[in-house]
Design a protein around this ligand. Structure first.
Ligand SMILES: [Zn+2]
Length: 46
C-alpha cells in the first residue's frame, strides 16, 4: 500500500524529535503548531 503522506520525525520549527503520531502528521510539535497558528493569524491581520 502506497501512502502520499510524508511523516516528519522532526519539528519543522524547532527541529526537536517528534514523539507523538499526531505531531509527526502535523510536521511539528503541539506547542510549535499553536505558535505557528498565532503567527499565521498575525500575518493575516496586516
Ligand atoms: Zn517545535
Amino acid at each position: 500500500m502506497l501512502t502520499s503522506t510524508v511523516k516528519a520525525s522532526q519539528c519543522a520549527r524547532c527541529g526537536r524529535i517528534l514523539r507523538s503520531k499526531k505531531a509527526m502528521e502535523d510536521g511539528m510539535g503541539r506547542v510549535c503548531k499553536s505558535k505557528a497558528a498565532v503567527e499565521k493569524a498575525k500575518s493575516e491581520e496586516k
